[in-house]
Design a protein around this ligand. Structure first.
Ligand code: OMP
Length: 299
């Protein structure tokens, strides 16, 4: 098994052609990348404060330089890169052009790209979002995208269907890492289940029968402690909140219990603050990957 301190021996673990010419499902591609590169996701979140720390201006040129540095340093070794769309949208169309390029370059370098856009709208509008991120040839065609189910899980149907057709994944917010999320996500439905559990149960149905891993993931914060939720959705569990939000890899078993083997811990500032040198970024990612491995490996 290689780790983020070395390039993966497989130059392109995420993108193997299927002999039948059908796209290989995202869940299978992700499992392979997790096995060969370790399960870490590094977020590309070009905060204005990070641009300043890196000696860059808070402008499109600074954004471009920051993003290219992260992609060049890490796309050949971490399983997943997660650009946060908000930090690119902030710069308008020129920022979005930087994001488009980063998504394409990171995918060519072998990382799976999860574009963090947290889209959620009525189904007919959702279909347009799906075209953006999940249609082959779409401007931000990514391996996966984050979505919010809180307009009703069924509103996500156009994204779920297009993702399946394109061999892509969809990561659905379930229990978010921020403290404010609980008032919505932990509210109980008339059936007595939490709203988050209702969403997780939908995800489990989407992933039923998939092997080795379904392509519909849940987002569950690493900051939450024991959730009380049933996280056995047969899909990946994206766990943001490690680093700047206070969680550590050692928290993962307590949050995820027996589902910890499906966890993709996600870290943005906790890695990015070790730039601008590529070596610092790589060392930080490698150290985190080691800590994750130690925390989630069976004793
Ligand atoms: O979907 C996400 O990635 C996400 C979900 C969540 O519950 N909490 C959360 O922090 N995130 C994102 O994960 C990143 C966290 O960044 P750091 O706190 O710097 O590691 C940000 O881009 C957030 O938008």
């Amino acid at each position: 098994m290689s780790s983020p301190d070395q390039p993966s021996h497989d130059p392109d673990p995420g993108h193997h052609p299927d002999p039948d010419d059908r796209p290989e499902p995202f869940g299978a591609r992700l499992r392979r990348a997790m096995d060969s590169r370790g399960p870490l996701c590094v977020g590309i979140d070009p905060h204005a404060s990070l641009l300043a720390d890196w000696g860059l201006n808070d402008d499109v040129a600074g954004l471009e330089r920051f993003t290219r540095t992260v992609v060049d340093a890490l796309a050949d070794r971490v399983a997943v890169l997660k650009p946060q769309s908000a930090f690119f949208e902030r710069f308008g169309s020129r920022g979005m052009a930087v994001l488009e390029r980063a998504v394409a370059d990171a995918r060519s370098a072998g990382a799976l790209v999860l574009t963090d856009a947290k889209r959620g709208d009525i189904g007919s509008t959702m279909a347009a979002y799906a075209d953006t991120y999940l249609a082959k040839g779409g401007p931000l065609f990514s391996d996966a995208v984050t979505v919010s189910p809180y307009l009703g899980f069924g509103s996500l149907r156009p994204a779920l269907d297009l993702a399946r057709e394109s061999g892509c994944g969809v990561f659905v917010l379930a229990l978010t890492s921020n403290p404010e999320g609980a008032e919505v996500q932990r509210a109980t439905t008339p059936g007595g289940r939490s709203l988050a559990q209702v969403m997780l149960d939908h995800m489990a149905r989407e992933n039923a029968g998939a092997a080795p891993l379904g392509s519909v993931g849940a987002v569950v914060g690493a900051t939450l402690g024991e959730t009380g939720a049933d996280l056995a959705i047969n899909g990946p569990l994206l766990a943001p909140g490690i680093g700047a939000q206070g969680a550590t890899p050692a928290d993962l078993p307590g949050v995820f219990g027996p589902s910890v083997s499906n966890v993709v811990p996600s870290v943005s500032r906790g890695v990015l603050r070790h730039g601008p040198g590529p070596a610092g970024l790589r060392t930080a990612a490698a150290r985190l990957a080691d800590e994750v491995r130690a925390a989630v490996s069976p004793a």
